[in-house]
Design a protein around this ligand. Structure first.
Ligand code: PEP
Length: 231
């Protein structure tokens, strides 16, 4: 199972190092992914199943893109896993499918693991599962779903950072429909908490969780990994 923490715009260099050193010291079996802010990337001494990645990047090796981070800067820290398509980038930062595809193709050419995030807004969820799936399939336009280092994260927009998680039945239904076409591991994300981790990880076709808010506390994140280790 994959247990991933998206720090978003939280933690600094020092607290990230403390967080990662703590997780590293535990020798967990689960596949752990941690996505800190760019400024906290570092040469971490990681055990083999822990990987530190990037929440974003500009699809270039290097160049003149003021304020952006390219792959040369990520490679300095051996980053080999990235988030693409997160709802905050789609909806708050205005990232369109076209630029998401450019990032996807670039990371794929770099043979980097891609955690590709998809999920519907509230008004689409209210229209039922068919509307949800057609919205989600559009988010796969231009995306190579057969890429061998793809991980898909189903994250309903209305559940991210809101404290409202999708129901177990709703998650199961979406994962089952994704599984019909996609062989990559399927994660769920959206207000996962320590208390809900076990039930979510037990859903059929669920290959792990992508967690924001509840993961920023290292004890909570550790508890989630322990739950996963025991499943
Ligand atoms: C996320 O950012 O991917 C996420 C799921 O956030 P939260 O756990 O806070 O809903």
């Amino acid at each position: 199972l994959i247990i991933a923490s998206n720090f978003k715009t939280n933690h600094n260099r020092k607290s990230t190092k403390e967080f990662i050193d703590f997780i590293n010291s535990k020798n967990y079996f689960s596949e752990v992914r941690i996505y800190p802010p760019f400024t906290a990337l570092n040469h971490f001494e990681l055990t083999s199943n822990i990987r530190v990645g990037a929440q974003n990047f500009y699809p270039t090796q290097k160049g003149s893109f003021t304020g952006e981070i390219g792959f040369e800067q990520l490679e300095e820290f051996e980053v080999d896993t990235v988030l693409i398509g997160h709802s905050e980038r789609r909806h708050i930062l205005g990232e369109a499918q076209e630029s998401i595809c450019k990032k996807y193709d670039f990371a794929k050419a770099k043979e980097c693991e891609i955690v590709y995030c998809v999920g519907e807004p509230k008004e689409v969820r209210e229209q039922g599962i068919e509307a949800v799936m057609s919205y989600i399939w559009e988010q796969f336009n231009g995306i190579d779903i057969d890429y061998e280092k793809l991980v898909v994260a189903y994250e309903p927009v209305w559940a991210i950072g809101t404290g409202l998680s999708a129901s177990l039945g709703d998650i199961e239904e979406v994962l089952e429909r994704l599984r019909a076409k996609i062989k990559a591991p399927l994660l769920y994300g959206g207000s996962v908490k320590v208390e809900t981790t076990k039930d979510i990880l037990s859903i059929k076709n669920c290959g792990g969780i992508l967690v924001g808010t509840a993961s920023w506390n290292v004890e909570n994140f550790s508890k989630m990994i322990e739950i996963s280790d025991n499943i």
